[in-house]
Design a protein around this ligand. Structure first.
Ligand code: 5AD
Ligand code: FES
Length: 364
């Protein structure tokens, strides 16, 4: 048995078995045969925890108004090229109805970050109406940025079960380079702790392949996921956006896409091998780098996909990064397309199931 096979066997047998050094070794693999071994080993662990099944969560991008100015993000406050929108309650509820009709057992509500009493109340009312509409059956995830403890508590009480808030990088110095003054790493971490305290299934994650990021940083990210005892992981490759300070100087070439896809997939595999029973998303950003990027994500160990159910007319104004897929498609097309793509790799969809994180159930 080679050294690599030994490491992979040990990681499969027991979670948290990898040392920091081994994590770095796995993340930096580039040889195609090694990559295949890594992904296959992680896929086996995925099969053990969720079978040949992928959980869908329809995502509604509710608005692109954002108070933050992250240097990498296409809807940053400072980007004047993007037309701002905010969906009305009835429009969002039509999307929710579509989500239910399409038999997605869970829903994600995402928007730019807004902190105000009016916004808190708007989301709270929306959550009550969604809970009523779905007879409490739908899994409801929020992805609405940093908020006060009171707001988190109110949204939880109104029916949200899960919250996604990416740490983006667990390296505070790199975090500071990616964000303007006033964006606060400690507050972000504290929000994750508050979400945990208020009994959310907590999800976080990072972007991989950021300028200045090392394999050692990425290894620390995975250790950080464990330290925070996360239930859900959403990670994706960093993809430049030309209207942002970070993205305007980076050439989005085929080599860039190939390298970043490899790193993104390796992150999924190593997270699966280290954490075992968490939900891990094959994020849409993977598909911006390769047509079958999301399928590759599943085969590397992810078990969740988030089909876009935003009305097509708004999709163009919600491009956090370039080359985002599905801009011209509608929800029904994405549903059929994704189901077909998964069928091709021998996976089925968890229709009408919430697909809660097994890790959350285990820690209850
Ligand atoms: N490339 C990849 N992911 C991005 N995000 C924002 N901008 C980009 C980009 N340029 C991700 C961030 C954020 C999530 C909603 O989208 O990680 O948390
Ligand atoms: Fe939207 Fe394929 S997933 S078109």
């Amino acid at each position: 048995m080679t050294q690599l096979e030994k490491i992979l066997k040990q990681a499969q047998a027991e979670r948290h078995a990898l040392t920091r050094e081994e994590i770095v070794t796995l993340l930096s693999l580039t040889d195609p045969a090694d990559l295949q071994r890594l992904h296959a080993a992680a896929y086996e662990v995925k099969l053990r925890h969720s079978g040949k099944v992928v959980s869908f969560r329809g995502i509604i991008e509710m608005g692109n108004v954002c108070s933050k100015d992250c240097f990498y993000c296409g809807i940053r406050k400072g980007n004047t090229e993007v037309e701002r929108f905010q969906l009305a309650e009835e429009t969002i509820l039509r999307g929710v109805k579509r989500n239910i009709d399409m038999e997605y057992g869970s829903l994600v509500l995402q928007s730019g970050e807004i902190e105000s009493d009016a916004h808190t109340a708007f989301i709270e009312k929306l959550l009550h109406r969604i809970t009523e509409m779905s007879a409490g059956k739908l899994g409801i995830t929020l992805s609405l940025g940093e908020q006060s403890e009171e707001t988190f508590a109110r949204w939880r009480a109104a029916g949200a079960h899960r919250y996604l808030l990416r740490i983006e990088t667990s390296n505070p110095a790199l975090y500071a380079k990616l964000h303007p003054v006033g964006h606060n790493f400690e507050r972000r971490v504290n929000c994750l702790r508050l979400l945990r305290k208020h009994d959310y299934q907590v999800g976080s994650g990072v972007m991989s392949g950021l300028p200045g990021q090392t394999y050692s940083d990425l290894a620390n990210d995975i250790l950080f996921f464990h330290e925070l005892d996360l239930d859900m992981i959403g990670m994706g490759p960093y993809i430049p956006h030309h209207d942002t300070p970070l993205g305007q100087e980076i050439a989005f070439t085929p080599d860039y896409a190939a390298d970043h896809l490899r790193i993104g997939l390796n992150m999924i595999s190593v997270a699966r091998l280290y954490l075992h029973d968490v939900n891990i998303a094959a994020t849409t950003a993977l598909q911006a780098l390769a047509d079958d990027g999301r399928e590759q994500g599943i085969l590397a160990g992810a078990n969740v996909v988030m089909p876009n159910i935003t009305d097509t007319e708004y999709r163009r104004n919600y491009q956090l990064y370039e080359n985002k897929p599905c801009l011209d498609e509608n929800s029904e097309q994405c549903r059929l397309c994704l189901a077909r793509r998964l069928e091709k790799i021998g996976e089925t969809v968890n229709w009408n199931q919430r697909g809660d994180s097994p890790h959350y159930a285990a820690r209850q």
